[in-house]
Design a protein around this ligand. Structure first.
Ligand SMILES: [Zn+2]
Length: 308
């Protein structure tokens, strides 16, 4: 749709050269859903075991670092251990700061599904320490509503209330409140109404996990339409263009950190740049466990800020 609008603008300017359109500038929004704040801490025993086995089997030479990270992580009481493979927040913020663009971290404030939610608490001292650290470095915080909040405004309200209370306690201004639904869950009929009722003003969920690109047909933020009440929504939708797992993981396109994956990211970024739109990227903190992941992540910033 953005390309069609650009074409229509060019036709209008052909006949009305003095007509002034609102100009836009390309924006890059890196963001991170904190589903698993750490691999070896704040998780249920079954998930902890699974994370440990994954780390141990992913690379035989990593046994020593995995085991030392494991013990340091479970022994650390007031902050997440930097040796934990999922504790990549400083790396994410370092990269964002190097290129002068803030990151947004979406944290969960509730758990409503025993398999799909992680059950960490926003009030845990380690999470509070992390929230303060992110805010002190000038990055943003948003809410990652749990699995079953999709059409349940009472559940979502309780998570928003806790989110606001915790963020108030660390002096973070939650207005406007932003969110992205866990698993990118979305119902065209009721999601915007549920978000409105919970007082959320910006949503970043609109994407298909199995198909990176333009679910909303645009990369620009837009005022949503509340189909439940048949009226304009108070929520501004910020379409998500790419999630790392959609492109890299075996569950989806399975391209891993290959040139094909890079080329697909390049196409998506270039489509947004060509219309001076917004490239919104989701990269999970738990998907930077290898040096290949980290190099790939940083290469996307290079591509955006220092194009060849
Ligand atoms: Zn999630």
């Amino acid at each position: 749709m953005d390309e069609w609008l650009l074409y229509i603008k060019s036709v209008v300017l052909l006949y009305l050269p003095s007509f002034k359109f609102r100009s836009t500038q390309f924006i890059f929004n890196p963001s991170h859903d904190v589903d698993n704040p750490a691999a070896y801490s704040l998780v249920r025993p079954k998930r902890l075991l699974s994370n440990l086995l994954t780390q141990l089997t992913s690379n035989s030479s990593s046994f020593r670092s995995s085991s030392s990270g494991f013990f340091r992580s479970i022994l650390s009481r007031y902050q997440l251990s930097a040796e934990d493979p999922f504790v990549t927040y400083d790396y994410l913020m370092d990269v964002s700061e190097e290129y002068g663009t803030p990151s947004t971290f979406f944290f969960m404030a509730g758990s409503t599904h025993k398999s799909y939610d992680t059950f960490y608490s926003l009030k845990n001292p380690k999470i509070l320490h992390l929230l303060r650290h992110i805010v002190a470095r000038g990055h943003r915080l948003g809410l990652h509503p749990s699995y079953n909040t999709l059409d349940d405004s009472n559940l979502l309200n309780s998570e928003v209330t806790l989110f606001r209370r915790v963020l108030d306690s660390i002096n973070y201004d939650t207005t406007p409140i932003s969110s992205r639904n866990h698993y990118l869950r979305w119902s065209s009929y009721c999601s915007l109404n549920t978000l409105e009722q919970a007082g959320i003003q910006r949503d970043y969920s609109l994407a298909y996990a199995d198909m990176p690109g333009f679910r909303a047909s645009t990369c620009f933020p837009f005022v949503g339409y509340n189909h439940f009440n048949d009226c304009s929504s108070t929520v501004i939708c910020y379409p998500l263009i790419a999630m790392e797992s959609s492109i890299l993981d075996t569950a989806y396109l399975a391209l891993s950190t290959t040139p094909s994956a890079f080329s697909l990211f390049q196409q998506l970024i270039s489509s947004c740049q060509s219309v001076n739109g917004c490239f919104s990227l989701l990269w999970h903190n738990c998907h930077l466990t290898s040096s290949a992941d980290r190099l790939f992540y940083k290469s996307l910033f290079d591509l955006i800020f220092h194009p060849p």
